[in-house]
Design a protein around this ligand. Structure first.
Ligand SMILES: [Fe+2]
Length: 154
């Protein structure tokens, strides 16, 4: 193993990931309490599942931080508190946050690639999960019958 990579930078990135995943737990829990109407039950289920997944991801990031001998952050990422008019608003906001988290995982991959099998495999596995999740959200933001990828206008 060539462990010649910047450990402090890896710990800082992992702490950012930990904080973002914890923010996801709070956000998805909040969203799940804000959905009403005929479609409520399956959407609330899905949002609660996302909150649980965020917590699992936070635990994993924490394990990687302590594997490197780092101190896990007690902080939490940004919690955008804005009024959501509909589920589309919630999904668009969630897509934006997910893509930020994915960027951090890619940065970790770049930092550890070829230098730490554990961190490289961890980053790759999480990128796959985050991207499949983003695809799931993206498909929910499309109109039935139209297969074109939803593009955020930011
Ligand atoms: Fe995640």
């Amino acid at each position: 193993m060539d462990d010649n990579f910047d450990k402090d930078k890896a710990i800082a990135l992992l702490n950012r990931i930990l904080e973002m995943e914890l923010a996801g737990v709070v956000r998805y829990t909040h969203y799940s309490l804000m959905v009403y109407g005929y479609n409520r039950i399956p959407i609330v289920e899905w949002l609660k599942k996302e909150a649980e997944e965020g917590l699992l991801h936070a635990h994993k990031a924490g394990e990687m931080i302590t594997l490197l001998g780092g101190y896990p952050s007690l902080g939490i990422g940004p919690l955008l508190e804005k009024h959501h008019e509909d589920i589309g608003d919630i999904l668009r906001e969630s897509l934006a946050h997910e893509s930020e988290a994915c960027t951090a995982y890619y940065q970790l991959l770049e930092l550890t690639q070829g230098k730490s099998v554990v961190l490289e495999e961890y980053a790759r596995a999480l990128i796959v999960q985050e991207e499949m999740h983003a695809d799931e959200v993206n498909k929910m933001l499309r109109k039935t019958g139209k297969t074109g990828v939803f593009v955020r206008s930011s």
